[in-house]
Ligand binder design. Structure first.
Ligand SMILES: Cc1cc2nc3c(=O)[nH]c(=O)nc-3n(C[C@H](O)[C@H](O)[C@H](O)COP(=O)(O)OP(=O)(O)OC[C@H]3O[C@@H](n4cnc5c(N)ncnc54)[C@H](O)[C@@H]3O)c2cc1C
Length: 402
């Protein structure tokens, strides 16, 4: 089962007739932000390559079309938690990846003033729901500043809505994720093939034969970006990528602006923003429903949606009577250690993958896309996200949240 998000309903990008695609230099399986970012980076690095992107449904039909559109630096863990989990150097490198990604997005948009993707450089607030979390935020801000990242700790709730403290990151932003993906794909020049589910991949002397129920495609190289559905596409991912769900609702426009920033709260388990037209978006609820918020079903559930409505009522009582116009669910790919996976399939160096940016694929987007393009070209995964780490340390702690 599925649902339609506000972004998918408002992208205004009609389906184009499928072009004839065969014998491309690189075929990207998955038309979300990971596939679009890699296509864009490949087009920059290899302008003479023929590229194609194939998706089993419409472009941005997966998590990319179903997220909150936050461009946040960092990952789900507060920085102090990430430092304790990965070590200072790795935590810093991961954070720097997201900062670089956002820089690439700003550059991309600066060179294309015609692109409309509702990019708003509004900054973010990360709010602590408890005093204990406030202490973690204070420590995180200190570590971030020591590591050269520009954030501020606010020792009270800047919104005055029942939280304890905040980190303000002036460099974060909000975006319309589906419009951004279409803009990246258009800039890449890749041929787009929608509604084309890939079933099998076979390496042959003449290239990779990609088989689907709608026919066969052939490519010199393939990049897989199927995110939470990775294990359905290839058994290699069965013990590496786990589908977890997230849910959101969006209201009708509120007549005045109550909120500028994109806001992440309660260890990142809840998040909200006010969209350019005044609508409110609330998402999260996974911590309370961790046992059921798994799998690839994209149907929103009453339990989680009611939880989100109670969260809204507690912190924004003036919105209680505002109609809810869109409700949806989406699937994220999680890995055992909470970091994305890049690599090639065993014995098939011509089939690369870039998967599982957890709840931060928009934040990771263009820099991870650049790394994925490098992987396709050189066959070498970036050390930071190399899948080989799971073989070295299979008992990595399971990832907990978005
Ligand atoms: C509710 C929710 C809120 C979120 N909020 C944010 C946020 O605000 N900011 C942020 O940075 N991140 C957020 N995320 C996470 C973010 O959406 C993901 O990390 C990101 O979209 C992943 O992009 P992707 O391209 O890897 O995957 P997807 O967008 O899921 O794309 C994978 C694509 O592969 C296709 N596919 C799969 N199997 C096949 C096959 N066999 N053949 C052909 N095609 C196939 C799918 O149809 C899909 O389109 C959120 C996620 C959710 C669910």
């Amino acid at each position: 089962m599925t649902s339609t998000s506000f972004w998918q309903a408002t992208a205004g990008c009609p389906s184009a007739p499928a072009p004839r695609v065969n014998d491309v230099d690189c075929l990207i399986v998955g038309g979300g932000i990971a596939g679009a970012s890699a296509a864009y980076a490949l087009a920059q690095a290899k302008p003479d390559w023929k590229l194609a992107v194939v998706d089993r449904r419409r472009i941005a039909g997966g998590a990319t079309g179903r997220n909150a559109g936050f461009l946040l630096a960092g990952t789900a863990d507060h920085y102090a938690v990430a430092v304790a989990r990965y070590g200072r150097e790795t935590a810093r490198a991961v954070f720097a990846t997201t900062v670089a990604s956002h820089h690439h997005i700003r550059t991309f948009l600066a060179h294309r003033p015609d692109v409309e993707c509702d990019y708003i450089p509004c900054g973010s607030l990360t709010l602590a729901g408890t005093q204990e979390e406030a202490e973690v935020l204070a420590h995180s801000a200190e570590l971030l500043r020591e590591d050269g990242f520009d954030v501020d700790f606010v020792p009270h709730d800047p919104l005055r809505r029942g939280f304890c403290a905040a980190i303000r990151n002036r460099h974060d932003a909000g975006v319309h994720p589906v419009k951004l993906v279409h803009a990246l794909l258009a800039a890449s020049g890749a041929a787009i093939v929608e509604n084309w589910p890939v079933a099998t991949l076979e390496s042959t002397p003449a290239g990779v034969v990609v088989q689907g129920e709608r026919g066969q495609l052939r490519a010199r190289r393939v990049l897989l970006t199927p995110n939470g559905e990775a294990a359905n596409l290839h058994a290699y991912f069965a013990d590496k990528v786990f589908p977890k769900r997230g849910q959101i609702f969006v209201t009708a426009p509120y007549p005045s602006r109550l909120l500028s920033e994109v806001v992440y709260a309660n260890d990142g388990y809840e998040y909200f923003r006010q969209l350019p037209d005044g609508r409110f978006l609330f998402g999260g609820g996974r911590r309370a429903f961790a046992a059921t918020e798994t799998g690839t079903d994209e149907t929103p559930t009453a339990d989680v949606q009611n939880f989100l409505e109670r969260f809204r009522d507690r912190h924004f009582p003036e919105l209680i009577d505002l109609p809810i116009t869109h409700r949806w669910a989406g699937t994220m790919g999680f890995t055992p250690d909470g970091l994305p996976l890049l690599g090639t399939l065993p014995g098939q160096p011509e089939i690369a993958f870039s998967i599982a940016c957890h709840g931060h694929g928009m934040g990771f987007s263009l820099e991870v896309g650049r790394l994925a393009a490098e992987l396709v070209i050189t066959g070498k995964p970036p050390a930071l996200f190399d899948v080989a780490r799971l073989e070295r340390n299979p008992a990595s702690r399971p990832a907990a949240h978005v």
